[in-house]
Design a binder for this molecule. Sequence first.
Ligand SMILES: [Fe+2]
Length: 410
Amino acid sequence: MKKIETTDAEIAKRAADLIIANKELLFQNEEKAKRVAELVLANIEKAKRVAELVIANEEKAKRAADLVIANEELAHQNEQRARRVAELVIANEEKAKRAAELIIANEELAYQNQEKAKRVDELKIANAEKAKRAAELIIANEELAFQNEEKAKRVAELVVANEEKTKRADELIIANEEKAKRAAELVVAMEVKAKMVAELVISKLEAINHEKLQLSLMETIDIARALVELRDPYTAGHEKHVGDLAKAIGAEMGLDEESIVGLKMAGLIHDIGKIAVPAEILTKPSALSGFEEKLVQLHPEQGYELLKDIEFPWPVADMVRQHHERIDGSGYPLGLRGDQILPGAKILAVADTLEAMSTHRPYRAALGLPAAIAQIKAESGKQLDAMVVSAAVKLFDGKESLDLGGGATD
Ligand SMILES: [Fe+2]
């Protein structure tokens, strides 16, 4: 309890002592802080200087590095230059060598030129010699030219003379050719004449032979015809008339003479096969029976058989065989049609019809020419050939008889 008894004065004294002590301490602290701040500032200043030194050192280091690089570049350039200098030295040595060679070559050329100059001098002397000789030659040539002109003149005169001779020779050749041509033409003409004479002789001989042949054939035919007529007096003259009519119709149709002769010959013997028909049938005064008719109708085939082996110049045997054929096929013995029948047989058919109807028969009187003409007109293009009928009508239409005026009966 004593302490509690301490007085407020003491406390206040102590507090005042403490405040004084604190103030003293504060003052001291402020002094210390002040010194620390000054130290800090001094340190900052030192740090700044250090930093500047570092920067400066770096700058220096950089410059040193650049210098090193620059030195290396210079060293490289120096090497390059040294190399080029070495090359130039070598090149200069080469040039020096070539120059030395050129000097030697020039000396050689100079020597050669001297030699050439020497030769040129020699050539000049030689040329002068040649020029002299050339002048002499020109003089000699002029002499020769003069002589040649003289010769050319003489040659020209000779050429003119030769041309004259050639011209005359050509004229002679042409004249000879003309003569040869005429001679050849004469030879040809003579040959032609000789040929013509030979042909004439041959044709005359042939004509004589032909006439002889025709004559002997005619004589044979006449004998045969006479035989038929002996057995058949009623039809006496029928075959001769048919021969004449066939000839006249053939002529009217424009047939050639040879064909007409053959046609007449066939007409003259067209019924020769009737020799094989009994005479009593041929001369029977009444109509024939069917059997008798058949016997009579055999006569064309019989006639063919008799004539087929005789060598006529015309198809006489076939014309005789076909003279009862009709173009519509209604005839006999073969029933031929149209163009199967020979032209001569078609003419014989018309002549036979005209003659038979116009003259008497044992079994009837003559029917007359007008009836015969009417009959052939009616059968034109049917049984009888139209062209043949047309020719016969032209010859006999409107006439009184089949009289041919005598000329046609030869
Ligand atoms: Fe007959």
